[in-house]
Write a protein that binds this ligand. Structure first.
Ligand SMILES: Nc1ncnc2c1ncn2[C@@H]1O[C@H](COP(=O)(O)OP(=O)(O)OP(=O)(O)O)[C@@H](O)[C@H]1O
Length: 315
């Protein structure tokens, strides 16, 4: 499978405070990649950096071979107008202009591209609303006149209207009830399966990702702890933090996961060593040096000096 998005050694700083540190990650064409991590781990920052909305301090983000971090001025605007990459924001209420109708909002990207006549835009808006399971008649309403679940779908419809190649969805289901959550997750899986759209889904909830993601990347304190095929990662997490996440998610938990009670210590730090070591039950003197992300089992990678073997989980 080819790589659509290639992130190399990405760092982001806000006011000299580093919130992403040397993240390298490839998103393959046609897959759903889940990004998981606790609050403040840098998930949104990673997505915003890819969308050109966060201050990249170092590294490279390439989309189908084009280095997005090098685009400036006209080239950058032209790239944005293609709509190839769409970022679906976390908070629908804040992301949707309350003054505009749903139809205007969903048609925005098409109008920006400047290639569509009003009648064509109206048809594409109707199609996009239908695709996300909404009645096209909602186009006449404003964001304040529809439900939270419907607003989340409007955000998705807006992104889909421009037929993106890559969809970055930031916590697309966290504010939804179970039935809306399942609908949106099925919708994302359907986009991958029938339209070949590549999807990155950010979540702090492993069980939401378990049913739809092909691979998962685990962020901790702005660094990548582990990534790999989701089934393998859930069955045998290699990083102690991933093991903790799996142990804390009842619906995906396996017998051998490290008990959640072994969580300890304070949050992440950047003292030069492994930023998980203060919380890690397996930490040793070796962890005073930050571990590099190393390939294990062919298709997986883990940043841990003590990358766990399956048997070590029984404790
Ligand atoms: N605009 C900003 N200015 C300064 N610091 C920021 C800004 N945006 C995010 N941060 C900081 O960057 C870190 C990572 O934030 P981010 O929103 O990426 O985390 P997250 O994993 O998406 O969290 P959540 O699950 O709560 O959305 C946090 O410490 C946050 O306070």
């Amino acid at each position: 499978m080819s790589t659509l998005l290639d992130i190399q050694d990405l760092s982001v700083e806000y006011d000299r405070h580093r919130v992403l540190d040397g993240v390298s990650l490839a998103v393959r064409t046609g897959e759903i990649l889940g990004i998981i991590g606790e609050t403040g781990s840098g998930k949104t920052t990673l997505a915003r950096a890819v969308a050109g909305l966060a201050p990249v301090h170092g590294g490279r983000i390439a989309f189908d071979g084009t280095d997005l971090t090098a685009l400036r001025g006209r080239a950058r605007r032209a790239w944005r107008r293609t709509g190839a990459l769409q970022y679906v924001f976390q908070d629908p209420l804040r992301a949707l202009d309350p003054q505009h109708t749903v139809g205007t909002i969903v048609g925005e990207g098409l109008a920006v591209a400047g290639r569509q006549r009003p009648a064509e835009i109206a048809t594409r808006v109707s199609d996009a609303l239908t695709r996300v399971g909404l009645d096209p008649a909602l186009a006449a309403r404003r964001p304040g006149e529809i439900s939270g679940g419907q607003r989340q779908r409007v955000l998705l419809a807006r992104a889909l209207a421009v037929e993106p190649r890559l969809l970055l969805c930031d916590e697309p289901v966290s504010a939804l009830d179970a039935s809306n959550r399942n609908h949106v997750l099925r919708l994302l899986a359907g986009l991958r399966d029938t339209a070949g759209v590549t999807v990155v889904v950010i979540s702090h909830d492993l069980s939401s990702l378990a049913g739809i993601a092909d691979r998962v990347a685990v962020l901790y304190g702005g660094r990548l702890a582990e990534h790999g095929p989701i089934g393998d990662v859930l069955a045998a997490p290699r990083h102690p933090y991933t093991a903790l996440l799996v142990a804390s998610a009842p619906s995906v938990r396996r017998e051998r996961a490290v008990p959640a009670a072994r969580l300890r210590g304070t949050g992440p730090g950047y003292d030069g060593g492994c930023n998980y070591s203060a919380r890690c039950p397996f930490a040793t003197a070796a962890c005073a040096t930050a571990p590099a992300l190393s390939t294990v089992d062919g298709d997986r990678a883990v940043a841990c000096h003590h990358a766990l073997a399956d048997l070590e989980f029984t404790s």
